[in-house]
Design a protein around this ligand. Structure first.
Ligand code: PPS
Length: 571
């Protein structure tokens, strides 16, 4: 186990001739469009990363894995690798059917010969595999189970036709056999692997370097770039950071390779799974911390698994996993000695410095200093580029309120004021204008209003993500739809909801467009506030009522709010 195994591992790819023939046949097979997670799983099935699996799991393997962490033949395997499909697709599929598996662009990657079809007990799967709080969709894998995964699982062996295409960092992506061959060529007999889904800072560099030195082994930084925890730093930024840190290691004994794994955040079970995957990639040692691959906080704000010990489960199965566990030492910076040391080896009375993940994010957000003892300047530069201070990030101002409440007028005034300040491009998505250009075929039913608002939200989120300011001014009468837009936008910047709370009596008294009269006369149906609902926002960032204040004043209140949130700097 402590000597690397350089023998090639079985892959599921068929010969190029067989692939060409299967591709022709596949045109007549039922075809399944893989989800992003399934595409990641398929890649590792095909290239041997999930060896000994030869396809998506059968029902017997699945039951064994969920209940005992073992395949039906007794082999240790902690994670269900299943092909979930919709009930509709499953209707026509029986054991014996071959199905074509396609990526998101429709390219046929593999053919699966279905042997099993069953309806899983998702609740049980969530409980057994992902632990406490089986219905809590704050856990990314439980969320996938309940909100993305189809209700039927199909299992069967897979024949690989083609590897999924990656356009980014191609030189850094390696299959298990490529790594085995490389280790053989370099004469690397011991390889310590470090798994991560975060940028590397000095503490990680110290810990990995130390781990490799203690094991007298070479080191492979093996970050996950498939799917990690929602909210993580994107892999493009991370890989640029890893490449920068690579220079800080001895070149002859350290390498970096990217793993296109879809993580599940399953703590101890995940650690064991990662170990098996790394064994397949030619590792002899694997760095594991007590809280390896943790899912973080549940929807009550409490840690999902509480304090847990992934090392314990790993150690118990070390022989079967086939790689040796190396302790993830918690490294801290000792100011007096100006160096990193393992926290459990430090005597009392010295000054220990540390910056938590939350504190790092705050400093990045607010453009504050990040000291050199904490991270490398190259890494900090990349992170700052990815997460500029708030006053340089994009954001959306979303006005909502009744027809005639003053949304468009304030929005226009705000746009002009922001343009006067300069610095960021501003786009106005006014209700009437959007309905002319983006939503001209839509009416005012609940369904159509929702489509209209989601379109506005999508455009606003794109503008926000790219550093611009989007000002939206639709009625947007439904709370749930406004929440959906908020979520979309917040993935790329701030969302500022302004309720223009001018009472209906005042809106009707003004009746600028004469619409209230028409609505009262029954000439316009489903008119908001008269014959259609308006659900008031419960906690908008700001509420303004234009009954008693003028437009300029209202727009200025919005500016003050933006300033308070750190989104603009008033001169
Ligand atoms: S929604 O509910 O957010 O999709 O509405 P929105 O896109 O903002 O469009 C509202 C403008 O359309 C005019 N209008 C109506 N409003 C409400 N209900 C009905 N039935 C209706 N029919 C036409 C009205 O001029 C709204 O403009 P504003 O600027 O809000 O006065």
């Amino acid at each position: 186990m402590t000597e690397a195994n350089h023998t090639p591992i079985p892959e599921l790819y068929v010969s190029p001739e067989a692939a060409a023939a299967l591709k022709d046949e596949a045109g007549n097979m039922p075809s399944w469009d893989l989800t992003q997670r399934q595409t990641c799983d398929l890649e590792l099935l095909m290239n041997g990363g999930f060896n000994p699996l030869n396809g998506f799991m059968s029902e017997a393997d699945y039951n064994g894995v969920v209940n005992e962490m073992r395949l039906a033949d007794g082999t240790l395997w902690p994670m269900p690798i299943t092909l979930d499909v919709s009930e509709k697709f499953a209707e026509g599929i029986e054991p014996g059917t071959d199905i074509a598996l396609r990526d998101q662009e429709g390219v046929i990657l593999a053919v699966m010969s279905v042997t099993d079809k069953w309806v899983p007990n998702k609740k049980l799967e969530a409980e057994k595999v992902f632990g406490a709080g089986a219905d809590d969709v704050a856990h990314p894998a439980i969320n996938y189970l309940h909100n993305t995964a189809g209700n039927v699982y199909l299992g069967g062996p897979v024949k690989g036709l083609q590897t999924p295409t990656h356009y980014d960092f191609r030189g850094r992506r390696n299959t298990p056999n490529e790594l085995r061959a490389m280790f053989k060529k370099l004469g690397w007999r011991k390889v310590v692997v470090f798994q991560t889904r975060n940028p590397l800072h000095r503490a990680h560099q110290e810990l990995t370097f130390r781990a490799a030195r203690e094991a007298q082994a070479n080191l492979m930084i093996h970050p996950v770039v498939g799917m990690t925890k929602p909210g993580d730093v994107d892999h493009f930024t991370r890989v640029r950071c890893y490449e920068a840190v690579l220079d800080k290691y001895p070149q002859a004994t350290t390498t970096l390779s990217l793993l296109n794994l879809a993580m599940r955040m399953a703590g101890p079970r995940e650690a064991v799974w990662h170990g098996i995957i790394r064994r397949n990639h030619g590792a002899t040692h694997f760095i594991v911390g007590r809280d390896h691959a943790g899912p973080g906080k549940n929807s009550q704000g409490v840690d999902f698994y509480g304090p847990y010990d992934a090392q314990e489960l790993f150690r118990k199965h070390e022989d079967e996993i086939g790689v040796k566990m190396v302790d993830f030492k918690h490294m801290v910076y000792v100011q007096e000695r100006a160096q990193y040391e393992p926290a459990d080896e430090i005597e009392e009375g010295v000054t220990v410095l540390n910056i938590s993940g939350t504190e790092l994010r705050r400093r990045l957000r607010e453009g504050l200093e990040i000291p050199e003892w904490f991270s490398f300047p190259e890494v900090v530069r990349e992170l700052r580029r990815n997460s500029p201070p708030r006053a340089q990030q994009g954001f959306t101002v979303f006005f909502t309120g009744l027809s005639g409440s003053g949304k468009s007028t304030i929005a226009n005034a705000l746009m002009v004021k922001l343009m006067e300040m300069g610095g960021r491009p501003v786009s106005l998505l006014d209700g009437d204008v959007v309905r002319k250009h983006l939503s001209s075929e839509l009416g005012f039913s609940k369904e159509h209003r929702d489509i209209n608002i989601k379109r506005i939200g999508y455009v606003a989120s794109e503008i926000t993500k790219n550093g611009g300011i989007a000002i939206c001014a639709p009625i947007a009468p439904y709370t749930a739809t406004r929440r959906a837009v908020r979520e979309m936008v917040e993935a790329g910047g701030a969302f500022v909801e302004i309720h223009v709370a001018t009472p209906i009596e005042e809106c009707e008294r003004r009746d600028r467009k004469g619409l209230y009269k028409l609505a009262r006369d029954g000439k316009i149906k489903e008119f908001t506030g008269i014959s259609d609902p308006y659900e008031e926002p419960q906690a908008p960032e700001l509420r303004v009522d234009t009954t008693a204040i003028d437009v300029d004043n209202a727009a200025h209140q919005v500016l003050l709010k933006l300033e308070q949130m750190g989104l603009i700097g008033l001169r």
